[in-house]
Design a protein. Structure first.
Ligand SMILES: Nc1ncnc2c1ncn2[C@@H]1O[C@H](COP(=O)(O)OP(=O)(O)OP(=O)(O)O)[C@@H](O)[C@H]1O
Ligand SMILES: [Mg+2]
Length: 285
């Protein structure tokens, strides 16, 4: 379920207290028993049950009896805690509409100091296996791998943006909380939706960015026409959580895939031929 500004505005302080309590207890419990929620929040059983009922209606909390009876935060609840923190800090003043949705994230426009893109990382149970395989470092955290993996993914992306901006044209990183990255909103269009005026120039601009990123210690690792945005004359590379460093054991292969994806796209759509080995040599300088 998507996050809803209306739901968040309507949250009662007891409901926020319960969300925070669940987050904390989920370091130890995948499903938090009612007794513990009562004890930790200091609320009566009827109050807790009423508040949990509302949180479940809003899609922020789930109840199950298998493997044992208890309550669990789900993405919308975790997203809400992140959004509340970003709002309290002043990074965000209003949530706008959803602008993107991928396999492992939802992106919203928001207001802060100017317009902000909020990327909510949702690395779920289903895809957890592949995350573990593709990312070098992923220690166990309690019983809730999706919380850890989603926060880790946001941290990774925020780190890449900080390394790259402003030398490479990427969204300005503004803030991060939990699984959410706040960054500059790019007023552009994804490249796969554009008809480029000067495709050769754009392709060179992309390769220049890839090369600069490489010298700054970052290989994108998920580069394609979908993760390039065109804003007038500017070429902006987005979507960095999967990045790897050039000393990664598979760096050569992964960089070749990134560059290959771009060359293939320009060949298919614009009939521009560029030799892969030469392009890679240019990137690695
Ligand atoms: N800073 C931004 N400004 C404007 N739009 C953005 C911004 N970041 C992302 N978007 C939009 O949201 C879409 C999804 O974002 P992004 O590519 O970062 O994640 P994703 O593709 O969902 O990730 P995944 O690879 O996990 O599926 C983008 O294709 C783009 O249209
Ligand atoms: Mg993407």
């Amino acid at each position: 379920m998507a996050i809803s500004a209306d739901h968040i505005r309507q949250l009662h302080p007891f409901e926020i207290r319960i969300l925070n309590t669940l987050e904390r207890l989920m370091r130890t419990y995948a499903w938090v028993p009612l007794e513990l929620i009562k004890k930790s929040t200091g609320l009566s059983e009827s109050e807790v049950l009423f508040r949990l009922g509302r949180l479940m209606e809003m899609g922020m909390v789930r109840y199950d009896v298998v493997p044992y009876e208890g309550y669990s935060l789900i993405f919308a609840g975790y997203d809400t805690l992140a959004l509340l923190s970003l709002t309290r800090k002043g990074t965000v003043s209003a949530l706008g509409s959803q602008i993107g949705e991928g396999k492992e994230s939802v992106v919203y426009e928001a207001l802060g100091l100017g317009s902000v893109a909020l990327k909510f990382h949702h690395v779920g149970q289903r895809s957890f296996q592949s995350v573990r395989l593709s990312r070098e470092y992923l220690p166990e955290e309690g019983h809730c791998p999706w919380i850890f993996a989603s926060r880790f993914s946001a941290e990774r992306e925020h780190t890449a943006l900080k390394k790259l901006y402003p030398r490479v044209r990427v969204p300005l990183p503004i803030d991060r909380n939990r699984n959410v990255v706040a960054m500059e909103f790019i007023h552009g269009v994804n490249m796969h939706r554009c008809h480029l005026q000067d495709p050769a120039f754009t392709m060179e601009a992309i390769l220049t960015s890839v090369s600069l990123a490489y010298t700054l210690g970052v290989i994108h690792a998920d580069l394609s026409e979908y993760n390039v945005m065109i804003d007038g004359d500017e070429v902006v590379l987005i979507d960095w959580p999967q990045w790897i460093a050039p000393d990664h054991p598979n760096a050569g292969e992964i960089l070749a895939r990134d560059v290959g994806n771009i060359l293939r796209y320009f060949k298919r759509k614009y009939k521009i031929e560029r030799d892969l080995a030469t392009a890679i040599a240019r990137v690695t300088g």
